[in-house]
Design a protein around this ligand. Structure first.
Ligand code: ANZ
Ligand code: ZN
Length: 835
């Protein structure tokens, strides 16, 4: 038999495609179908996850192209980021050379797989032509008030003297004997500690000024817009919804009296000032159960109180440098008191680490009886627990000393509201009490984009002693990275010459900002750069963007459900508000592909269970990853399953080759030719349907079935040349989006016109809209025949005629004789079909 030599076949067709610019978007395209796979991080090699991702977009892009669409299917490199710096450090090279080497290798691998990209649009985020636009966007967002510079508590390595990103902090096990007293006085219960990835020094917290994009300004739109993203997986939308964390509740104002000076030493005439502190609560109906007020260490009130109280000052400083999970329910009582808005009672005021600065208003009313965290705090600080909600069902056991009751119920100890159901009470309190107002908060935090590391986009700001922070003028962009130096800490800090500059405002000496941008900035808008990659005076062509966006289909790993996919939505909205875009959502249809598993684990280089994509040849690998499962499902990489893909490929190739050599085809038609022609048509309709829905695995099954039928047809008797050739050509065209080299090779052998990847998608010759019903009919007929055979009525021609009424059915049964044979081993089927 003819063997399919994958290396040779791949190389040949890849050469032809490139020669003919098959994948370049035609210059006159006015609204192309935009198919995009999440561009890869330049880690050095392609892994199976990439291959699966790009096999999906490639198959779909090819399918759309054969359907007659202009298709935009570009590729680029997410090239900035910590691992390159890390690798460069270890290998005594620089991130630039390392990254470029990775790109060369990965591009080679993508080409070996035969993915059809428009390489004329290739972009690389670490190149100044690209990242200058990050700086330009930074400035536009800055002007729009969407950039903030403020203190944040961050991971800090005292030895390297640098801030560490979360990914740069590693967990290390510690000996039991080393465990010391936790800062809150309890013994730390953890048996790991967080250490620096570079020097293994335990990591601390530090308060540093950092750059933020105020994505929270868009919280509401980001949240509400999810409802309209109908072609996004529900799972992804749900993850984003939770991340944004919309919470309905109320803002409640408490009058707080601060005593200036140290109350113990001050004279009895200590001056007092009052301010209103708003708290946010999702359960305003528990207000009568509030027994204290607590503000976060970053709250304005904490600052004010710290100024006159050493204990408060010490606590605030201590807790801000501590790991959030070590803070526990520590806190400090202050001299201030808060007036309960309904009872007028005086409540103590605490500064407490469990109250988060940027959630709600950064202040809470403590309701120990009905909120678990408040309960824990009350136990630690001996605060009263006052129940105000009783479960409706009296048999429910409530012991407020040991646990908070967090359910709904009937109000008690709540003045005129006692006896009401919690929901009714909530509504009435909102209506009747001036200090309680409807409010919505979001859990979403602003986007911290500062990174104290080298391999990223320099933030285009200088620090001037006289003028403060001054953005660099547009005409001075890009600010390129200085040469890489191997150093502890931030290499940009060590680049003295680069750092020293002059202030654009006053001309005096100034220092460049040495933070670089989070690499998620790069990936937030790259889909726009693909529209006009060479554009020199703008990041993208606004007119094209209005015509071509949103991205029609975007495919990527499910792990990107929040960060990237949320940032990119934010960016699109912000750019729309800057007047650069009409679209407010970047992606119409999103597919998140499942994981490739090996022995039940995710296939990954860190687990050492990687099968290199090249091992089996491009075609088998592509066919396998597409036919193993629905794109959104995980699947197991097993040698057995791979063999199935391999055999399908050998089969199609073998049939096409044999056809060329055989030549003894029938010219006169027979009834079962009609059945076969219809089966070809039915397959076309079915496969089209499956491609439309990204069900490549089912498309592959259909193709396999038709191939099987064609093979039988040929074995049954001399086949009809025209019908048989059409069947084989159809198979070549149908498989081409998934296995283009194979499709091309078969098409070529069968003398199809031109290249199959540029051919028209096959269309049925007859009306087979109801192909599913027809198929069922064939199934039933077969079942009936089996039945007859089973009940030994095999010799009764009349009964057989009853079932096998029509020619095509009769011929179908002859064609599918094997199926019958299987179900009735030993039975004399010859007499059935050849009577
Ligand atoms: C009083 C109250 C009573 C609350 C009650 C809940 C139950 P969850 O609980 O996750 O839905 N909160 C508000 N701002 C906070 C901050 N800055 N830091 C920490 N906690 C804060 O979140 C809503 C609740 O979180 C809010 O409702 C508030 O406690 C607390 F029986 O107010 B609640
Ligand atoms: Zn200045």
């Amino acid at each position: 038999t003819t063997h399919y030599d994958h290396a040779q076949v791949q190389e040949f067709w890849q050469y032809v495609w490139e020669r003919d610019d098959v994948y370049e978007l035609p210059a006159d395209a006015d609204d192309p179908t935009y198919v995009l796979g999440m561009f890869p991080y330049t880690s050095g090699t392609l892994h199976m996850g990439h291959v699966r991702n790009y096999a999906i977009t490639d198959a779909y892009a090819r399918y759309r192209r054969m359907q007659g669409d202009d298709v935009l299917h570009p590729m680029g490199w997410d090239a900035f980021g910590l691992p390159a710096e890390n690798a460069a450090f270890e290998r005594k090279t620089d991130p630039e050379s390392w990254t470029q080497a990775c790109i060369r290798r990965m591009r080679d691998e993508l080409e070996t797989m035969g993915f059809g990209y428009d390489w004329s649009r290739e972009i690389t985020t670490c190149e100044p032509e690209y990242y200058r636009w990050n700086q330009w966007f930074f400035k536009r967002l800055y002007e729009e008030g969407l950039v903030e510079y403020e203190g944040a508590s961050v991971n800090w390595c005292p030895d390297c003297e640098t801030v560490l990103a979360a990914a740069q902090v590693e967990e290390r096990e510690i000996e039991r004997s080393e465990i010391s007293e936790g800062a809150s006085g309890e013994t730390a219960s953890r048996d790991t500690e967080r250490v620096c990835w570079r020097c293994e020094t335990p990591v601390g917290r530090r308060e540093l000024d950092q750059w933020f994009f105020t994505i929270t300004d868009y919280a509401e739109e980001l949240h509400d817009g999810l409802d309209d993203l109908e072609e996004w997986p529900d799972g992804v939308r749900e993850i984003q919804r939770n991340w944004i964390g919309r919470q309905e509740g109320a803002r409640i104002g408490f009058e707080v009296a601060e005593t200036a000076g140290d109350a113990e030493t001050a004279s009895d005439e200590a001056s007092t000032a009052t301010t209103t502190v708003d708290v946010f609560s999702t359960r305003p109906e528990t207000v009568y159960g509030a027994t204290y007020l607590a503000v976060s260490p970053g709250h304005d009130l904490a600052d004010e109180l710290a100024a006159g109280d050493d204990d408060v000052a010490a606590y605030v400083e201590d807790v801000r440098e501590r790991d959030p999970d070590e803070v526990g329910f520590s806190g400090v009582e202050t001299d201030a008191t808060a007036t309960h808005p309904l009872t007028g009672e005086e409540l103590p005021v605490y500064v407490a680490g469990y109250v988060l600065e940027d959630v709600g208003t950064g202040a809470v009313m403590g309701v120990p009886a009905h909120n678990e965290r408040d309960h824990a705090f009350a136990l630690e600080h001996d605060l009263p627990i006052e129940g105000v909600i009783a479960p409706k069902d009296a048999s429910v056991d409530v012991d407020l000393e040991s646990d908070a009751y967090t359910g709904e119920g009937i109000l008690e100890n709540s003045g005129e509201y006692s006896g009401l159901e919690s929901e009714t009470a909530r509504e009435r309190l909102l209506e009747e009490v001036a200090a309680i107002e409807d409010d919505v908060t979001y859990r979403l935090r602003d986007w911290l984009i500062s990174r104290q590391r080298y391999w990223g986009t320099p933030i285009p700001v200088v620090h001037c002693d006289d003028c403060g922070r001054v953005p660099v003028p547009d005409e001075d962009l890009p600010i390129e990275l200085p040469e890489f130096v191997r150093t502890t800490g931030n290499p940009l800090d060590a680049a003295e010459e680069w750092k020293q500059t002059t202030c654009p405002d006053c001309g005096g000496p100034a220092e460049r900002e040495t933070d670089t941008m989070d690499t998620f900035v790069d990936s937030s808008w790259y889909f726009l750069r693909f529209l006009s990659p060479g554009l020199e005076d703008a990041p993208f062509d606004t007119e094209l963007a209005d015509d071509w966006l949103p991205v029609d289909v975007y495919v990527g790993g499910e792990e990107h459900a929040i960060l990237h996919l949320l940032y990119t939505r934010f960016f699109t909205k912000a750019l729309a508000d800057l007047g650069l875009l009409e679209q407010r959502e970047p992606i119409r249809e999103l597919k998140s592909q499942g994981t490739v598993l090996y022995d039940g684990e995710k296939m990954s280089s860190s687990k050492g269970n990687v099968v290199a994509p090249q091992e089996y040849g491009a075609e088998t690998t592509r066919l396998f990853v597409l036919s193993a499962a629905h794109p959104e499902q995980d699947f197991e990489w097993t040698a057995n399953n791979v063999r199935g893909a391999y055999e399908l490929q050998q089969d199609l190739y073998g049939m096409a080759s044999a056809f060329v050599e055989e030549g003894d085809m029938r010219v006169k038609r027979r009834p079962h030719d009609g059945y076969l022609a219809r089966e070809i048509d039915r397959t076309i309709v079915a496969v089209t349907d499956e491609y439309e829905r990204f069900r490549f695995h089912r498309a592959a099954t259909e193709i396999r079935e038709l191939a099987r039928l064609l093979r039988r047809y040929r074995e049954y008797e001399r086949p009809h040349g025209e019908v048989y050739r059409r069947g084989l050509l159809t198979l070549a065209a149908l498989i081409a989006p998934m296995a283009p080299h194979l499709g091309e090779e078969c098409w070529n052998k069968l003398r199809g016109e031109g290249l199959v990847v540029e051919a028209d998608w096959p269309t049925p010759e007859s009306d087979v809209a109801d192909y599913r019903r027809e198929r069922r009919l064939v199934e039933t007929t077969l079942a009936d025949v089996r039945d007859i055979v089973d009940t030994a009525a095999i010799d009764d021609p009349e009964r057989i005629d009853l079932v096998v009424g029509q020619d095509w059915k009769y011929e179908t049964i002859r064609l599918l004789r094997d199926d019958i044979d299987e179900s009735i081993e030993g039975a004399d089927t010859e007499s059935l079909v050849d009577r």
